[in-house]
Ligand binder design. Structure first.
Ligand SMILES: Cc1cc2nc3c(=O)[nH]c(=O)nc-3n(C[C@H](O)[C@H](O)[C@H](O)COP(=O)(O)OP(=O)(O)OC[C@H]3O[C@@H](n4cnc5c(N)ncnc54)[C@H](O)[C@@H]3O)c2cc1C
Length: 298
């Protein structure tokens, strides 16, 4: 049942607390642009402090049971780690199923904010905010998300969801799904978040990658993704194609470098130019891939 709380700190806003996905969607439909979903509230709080308008209605998702919990499920022949969108980043860091089955996610969330924020912030909010540092890692893990809106519910890859930006503003993100299959056991991953200092700082650039070698010694599953700061996370698809069917000895790293510079179009802000961000991303991606390939280099 949806209940209503008068909110004293955000003077004129009302917080709604639906207990089901349907009730949350109904509230969004009722109030439209005068309402927003809120999970941990940590990103929204930053945005409000930066001058964004607080909506008249806040639809808290915290009481929706169906968006909680972490479990391994079966999807046809594949095992999938399903993570409720309300799982906090701290839970994603420490939950035994995540550390056992998809360790990269557990490692990635350690680089986000400070422990107190991670106890409150959710994985759903990190993704739905569209610039969260988790997203590049999800892109290279071929993650999918479950979404519900007033007419349907569907599962789609994080990659296609990011591309279809416009249609989905009222969608509720309910779960994140990470495949666990045999190929996964042979995958190598990297993730780097570069900030202006070591910790507690927004990213200049965030990069993630994955690769595996087939029995012929060819690269057959290279995924590269970039994001960080205000940059919309995305895959570097053209650069990925340069590795297809190549052996490690035949990769032309100069071509890879140029392709990253061409494909990654970051923002310029008061502190750093887009050009600088591109070069940082290209250097890190190449160095991390070479480290995966030739571990003795470091
Ligand atoms: C001090 C500080 C440091 C931070 N550092 C980092 C950092 O290093 N890296 C980083 O990525 N982020 C950082 N953040 C931002 C934030 O903490 C994370 O992005 C967090 O994961 C957001 O989750 P949340 O549950 O708090 O989202 P909320 O603030 O509740 O929501 C964020 C957005 O997503 C929408 N939303 C929330 N849940 C859902 C859902 N299930 N379905 C649909 N829409 C939804 C909301 O309407 C809102 O637009 C920081 C924040 C603070 C305060």
């Amino acid at each position: 049942m949806t209940t209503k709380k008068e909110n004293s700190s955000l003077a004129s806003s009302v917080i709604w607390t639906p207990t089901t996905i349907q009730e949350a969607l109904a509230k969004k439909k009722e109030f439209g642009a005068d309402a927003c979903f809120i999970s941990g509230g940590t990103l929204l709080q930053l945005q409000w402090e930066n001058g964004n308008k607080v909506p008249k209605n806040l639809i808290s998702l915290q009481l929706i049971q169906k968006m909680q919990g972490i479990e391994v499920e079966r999807d046809h022949d594949c095992k999938v780690l399903s993570i409720g969108a309300l799982s906090t980043l701290a839970t994603c860091q420490n939950h035994s199923l995540v550390t056992m089955e998809r360790k990269l996610l557990s490692e990635v969330v350690k680089h986000i904010a400070a422990p107190a924020v991670r106890n409150q912030a959710t994985i759903g909010g990190n993704i739905a905010g569209r610039s969260g540092d988790v997203i590049p890692a999800l892109l290279v893990m071929d993650a999918e998300i479950s979404l519900c809106n007033k007419v349907s519910s569907l599962k789609k890859s994080v990659w296609s969801w990011l591309k279809d930006k416009e249609d989905q503003q009222d969608d509720l993100l309910t779960q994140v799904h990470l495949p666990i299959n045999e190929q996964e056991r042979n995958m190598h991953y990297f993730y780097k978040k570069i900030g202006r200092r070591e910790a507690f700082t927004a990213a200049i650039v965030t990069v993630a990658g994955s690769m595996s070698l087939n029995e012929l010694g060819e690269l057959d599953h290279v995924r590269l993704a970039v994001g960080g700061g205000d940059n919309l996370p995305h895959r570097l698809k053209a650069t990925e194609r340069l590795f297809k069917g190549e052996k490690l000895s035949t990769v032309t790293w100069k071509e890879v470098y140029s392709s990253i510079l061409k494909e990654f179009l970051p923002t310029t802000d008061a502190f750093l130019s887009a050009d600088y961000r591109k070069k940082v991303a290209a250097h890190i991606i190449i160095s991390e891939l070479q480290e995966l390939v030739f571990p003795s280099l470091k």
